[in-house]
Write a protein that binds this ligand. Sequence first.
Ligand code: CP3
Length: 351
Amino acid sequence: MNPLSDSPFLAACRAEPHEHTPVWFMRQAGRSLPEYRKIRGDGSILDAIKNADLSTEITLQPVHRYNTDAAILYSDIVVPLHALGFGVEIHPGIGPVVETPFSSADDLKRLRPLQPEDDTPYVLETIQQLVKVLNVPLIGFAGAPFTLASYLIEGAPSRTYARTKTLMLEDPALWDSLMDRLVEIVISSLHSQIASGVSAIQLFDSWAGALSPAVYERFVLPHSKKIFSAINALNIPTIHFGVGTGEILELMASAGSSVMGIDWRTPLDIARMRLGPEAILQGNLDPAICFASEEVVANEVADILGRNKSHPGHIFNLGHGVLPETNPEVLEKVVEQVHSYPLNMAERNGS
Ligand code: CP3
């Protein structure tokens, strides 16, 4: 059994009672931390990720500074695609860039199955090092097939996803073949992370909110479902997250994760009205609000906790990643406030 099974984070993932609301932050490791900027070096983030000792240290930094209830592996959603030799790089200040984007059936050949032990051994080594020293659960992750495909097809971050939508609607058979390859790669990557010791996984479908419900349901949902059914069979909590997903929240939830990540646009009480009273939620402070005064931030945090009404199935987080200019002291205070909030079941029952 996982010795951290009763930790607040893993208990909340099962909506079981625990001592305080757990909290971690998407992108908690990274440029907002001076200690990160100091050890990260100037090279590509993909090279930093290949250095297991460095990635271990970077993963631990925010846990030590913020006292978060979970660690998130320092890696990136494009690491498996980079490792397969698809020609994906990450350009600072831009994001993933693909030299020759995916455009035709010929490009399927460039997406062979992932062999994590050979292709991404450094990821597994980092996880193995981390689980020896961490006293909170480690979260592994992958990009969801749609979000990964959007980078492969657009070739760079996009505002419109025009090429991606055109390909899926004009050539559904090619789209489904591409999704099938990505599903296989994602499942292999997640399996290997779990075998190496992560306690939970998050699937980032960051850009799924760009799709209408009908398009999401036809072109994305069946593929994300396959991932959750494969991972749920291993009995570890799964979190499913995207940005701007209010309109497709019920559909995303039907993909089958144990926890739904909610961005800041959907208040937690509204999310539970849509998903049902037992829904287990993660979120959802607007990362931009971290630039406001201490009082404003504290009021927002209190509002989120109030809307959750001490439901045991809540993991506090931002509604998206920490912005690079964020003052770490603000996040330190958020953690203190969340941890000191009473998880009073009477309040829940009485309301
Ligand atoms: O703390 C953490 O959350 C851990 C690590 C993590 C990174 N990327 C490290 C990273 C995680 C979970 C990711 C996931 C990721 N990567 C997503 C999904 C989450 C989300 O933001 O919606 C996406 C869409 C990517 C793709 C990507 N990688 C982008 C858009 C960028 C930003 C580019 C930039 O420089 O502004 C990256 C690079 C990246 N990945 C950085 C970090 C810390 C910043 C670059 C650096 O430090 O060199």
